[in-house]
Design a binder for this molecule. Structure first.
Ligand code: 1HN
Length: 352
């Protein structure tokens, strides 16, 4: 860290700097390269979607030669093009599995989740042997090191968002990955809803519940009902509207240790108050239209205009506020954040 002083480089000091460098040492008083400042950004769905459909024409999927293991279009922060990353910790990508296609079984130390955008309920992801059927708005967790494969037996495309903590695990030199090796898919041994049922409020006794994430599906019909009920009961946060966390079903803690998932509801015409906090957030508009004003300083924000299905990014410690520009419809926004990491390390701070 540069302690703020810049020393006058005398010939003696210059000689010391050369000597330090020669032995892979550095002086506390010497400056170092700073992280590039991340920028707020919007990816319009129309652009994402047309690129994804084009990839459906030109990128093959599956276990054949000359095919990709996954067909995803990745959101790249303009400040992180060298890493092809959405944020310093997380990657959001949009995946297409066409009718009859399969994405083969593998597992990795990066934790993952899917948020379903376009589906008719026939396609599924298989996580540790459980067939998790995908309907629009469902959130499906694939905790780290769990086997997973995707299959679309239907006759229409299925499209979802993938979020992984891959840049965090990469930064920590903890990336491992493994192919299943016994064919393209693991067997289905548990039917849809198996884990959710066994982890709900009526369940078999769980011994030694830990913070470790569990394979789990949060169905959109439950999410929507909760948003509507809590909005009806006036459960409104001044900075985020009605803001709900997808909690760990046993501990009530964050969704996964490295990725927190949230959903918020902005009333017609609502404008929230600005605040800022450490942790960066990637948003996906489920429905509605509005503006998020984002600024590293309290003045002159950048206006991110968004509508249904667009994705946008708000960097850490940037002021931000939301405006639902529709006078008659609510806006619903799903988001993912590295906040659980900052909280567990004592690095979360907030200013209103
Ligand atoms: C991955 O394994 C999947 O399993 C999706 O569907 C997106 C992005 C980066 C690295 C691995 C998947 C991914 C990914």
């Amino acid at each position: 860290m540069n302690d703020g002083h810049s020393l006058v480089e005398t010939p003696e000091l210059a000689a010391l700097h050369r000597r330090l460098a020669e032995y892979s040492l550095g002086g506390h008083w010497q400056s170092r390269e700073k992280n590039p400042e991340l920028v707020a950004h919007v990816w319009p769905w129309s652009v994402i979607y047309s690129c994804l459909m084009e990839s459906g024409d030109v990128v093959k999927l599956g276990g054949i030669d000359d095919a990709a293991k996954r067909r995803t279009v990745q959101l790249v922060n303009p400040s992180l093009t060298n890493k092809k990353a959405t944020s310093r910790t997380l990657q959001m990508s949009i995946q297409l599995v066409k009718a009859g296609e399969r994405a083969e079984c593998h597992r990795h130390t990066a934790a993952a989740l899917r948020f379903v955008v376009e589906a008719d309920g026939t396609a599924y992801t298989n996580v540790e042997g459980e067939q998790m059927l995908m309907e629009p708005g469902d959130l499906v967790l694939t905790p780290n090191w769990t086997w997973h494969d995707h299959f679309n037996p239907g006759d229409k495309n299925v499209v979802w968002l993938d979020v992984l903590d891959i840049h965090l695990s990469n930064h920590l030199d903890a990336v491992f990955q493994e192919n299943y090796g016994e064919g393209p898919a693991q067997p289905i041994v548990k039917s849809d809803g198996y884990c959710k049922q066994r982890l709900s409020a009526i369940r078999p006794r769980v011994k030694n519940a830990s913070n470790a994430a569990l394979p789990y599906t949060y169905k959109w019909r439950d999410t929507l009902r909760a948003l509507q009920d809590i909005d009806g009961a006036g459960g409104n946060d001044p900075h985020d509207g009605v803001l709900l966390e997808y909690v760990h079903p046993l501990t009530g803690g964050p969704t996964m240790p490295t990725i927190g998932c949230w959903v918020q509801w902005l009333r017609p015409g609502e404008t929230t108050k600005p605040h800022r906090h450490t942790s960066s957030t990637i948003y996906h508009v489920v429905e509605g239209e509005g503006i998020t004003t984002v600024s590293p300083k309290k003045t002159a924000g950048k206006e991110l205009g968004w509508r249904s299905r667009d994705c946008f990014f708000v960097p850490s410690w940037n002021w931000h506020q939301f405006q639902n520009t529709s006078k008659k419809d609510p806006a619903i926004i799903f988001s993912v954040t590295d906040r659980p990491v900052l909280e567990s390390l004592g690095l979360f701070r907030e200013e209103a």
